[in-house]
Design a protein around this ligand. Structure first.
Ligand code: GLU
Length: 422
């Protein structure tokens, strides 16, 4: 029997479960293995009192969900966002399991989150929150147990504070506990660019399959954080034209092309895209349905829905974000038949792949060049693309379901072979 009254119940968790079921049906997965493969393994909820600069103590709620620890230490980022929910973190943890498994990493899947609007915090407040969160989850994670990383709202500096807090907890420098660190603290060259580099790599590869050249490619990117901006830089360096970008304040559209470096300099100076004069301003919703060759959602979940899927005017969707497309939108896109979609677990896997490289470098204390990192990254991406396309042809299913079939099958097999304990 499927679990009912789950604490994870929410539209986004249901979305991830429905995706899982479609793949498990193809695999003919038997009920006992199906439920234990689908449900998160364990969850820690923490209460985080933080002293604000004005002396008040505000209390935040945080989570760490380990979805799968059967195929290796759990792996996945930590999100700081005011809309974080436990159900969302659980869905994101589930996607990490399939992503790591699909690309062949020796990891399970996890995700963490804190319900907070970190934009409104001072640096000191953010540091105290980051350290408090790590202190509370320190006994639940570790280099051989669960290895966090950045996600929406967290960055290299947050990883540095967390690594320092954990190292103090265990009594020695222990960089392998977290990835996405600054280079000076055991970070990997190329990790900052990795997710965007991977999104751009898949975009180029699928456009090439479609016979579309860089000079004919226009790109709209929704979300201009680490993933969106690195993808934009990589695709514009390739020769594609970036015609639309957005952040939480809204979007900018310019048919003639947006200068990505100029937009990034504006954000560095003004903290957001608001007021940027590089094109016409429009809302995030309007941006998604403008004509372009490639649409890249690179922010949060559930932005391509049954409301706008019929109106999309792109040839290719590259999911830089996790879970940007609802189940209903997937159906509409499949029925339309004129849009190729690179699913999140494949498309944004570059980030966790280079996190794996960072962890390996930390284990051996021997560091690689950026060329070496990218060469190994591209090789893994090419292998994953080939196996997804082969599986898609074999089962005549969507590319998302094909990617999930591959990711889920390995986890289910590991669970079945390990058996139940006791
Ligand atoms: N947060 C990223 C993701 O969703 C990276 C996770 C990691 O590097 O562990 O894939």
């Amino acid at each position: 029997m499927p679990l009912t009254n789950s604490i994870y119940n929410s539209p986004v968790f249901q979305q991830a479960c429905n995706q899982f079921d479609a793949a498990a049906d193809i695999l003919g997965m038997e009920a006992g293995v199906r439920e234990r493969t689908k449900q998160p393994r364990r969850t820690l909820t923490v209460t985080l009192p933080v002293r604000m600069d004005d002396g008040r103590v505000l209390t935040y709620e945080g989570y760490r969900v380990q979805h799968n620890i059967s195929t290796g230490p759990a792996k996945g980022g930590i999100r700081f966002h005011h809309d974080v929910t436990l159900g969302e973190v659980a869905a994101l943890a589930m996607w990490m399991s399939w992503k790591c498994s699909l690309v062949g990493l020796p990891f399970g899947g996890a995700k963490g989150g804190v319900v907070v609007n970190a934009r409104d915090m001072s640096t000191g407040e953010l540091e105290r929150l980051s350290r408090r969160y790590m202190q509370e989850i320190a006994t639940f994670i570790g280099p051989q147990l669960d290895i966090p990383a950045p996600d929406v709202g967290t960055n290299e500096q947050v990883m540095a504070w967390m690594m320092d807090t954990y190292s103090n907890h265990v009594g020695h420098y222990d960089p392998g506990v977290i990835t996405g660190k600054p280079i000076a603290l055991g970070g990997s060259l190329g990790r900052r660019e990795a997710t965007g580099e991977g999104v751009a790599w898949f975009t180029k590869a699928y456009l090439t399959d479609l016979g579309i050249k860089a000079s004919e490619t226009s790109v709209i990117i929704q979300g201009f954080g680490n993933v969106g901006s690195e993808t934009a830089l990589a695709l514009s360096a390739w020769g594609a034209k970036i015609i639309g970008i957005s952040d939480f304040t809204g979007g900018v559209y310019n048919k003639a092309g947006i200068n990505v470096k100029d937009a990034l300099a504006y954000i560095a100076a003004n903290k957001s895209l608001q007021g940027y004069k590089g094109g016409d301003s429009l809302t995030n919703d309007e941006l998604l349905v403008q004509p372009c060759t490639v649409l890249i959602p690179a922010a949060l979940e559930r932005v391509i829905t049954d409301k706008n899927a019929g109106k999309l005017q792109c040839r290719l969707i590259a999911e830089g974000a996790n879970g940007p497309t609802t189940n209903e939108a997937d159906k509409i896109i499949a029925e339309r038949g004129d849009i190729e979609l690179i699913p999140d677990v494949l498309c944004n896997s570059g980030g966790v792949i280079v996190s794996y490289f960072e962890w390996l470098q930390n284990q051996s204390a021997y560091y690689w060049s950026k060329e070496e990192v990218f060469e190994k990254l591209h090789r893994m991406l090419a292998k994953a693309k080939a196996s997804v396309d082969e599986t898609k042809a074999k089962y005549k299913c969507s590319r998302r379901t094909a990617a999930l079939v591959l990711g889920i099958a390995r986890v289910a097999e590991a669970k079945a072979k390990r058996g139940l304990f006791p």
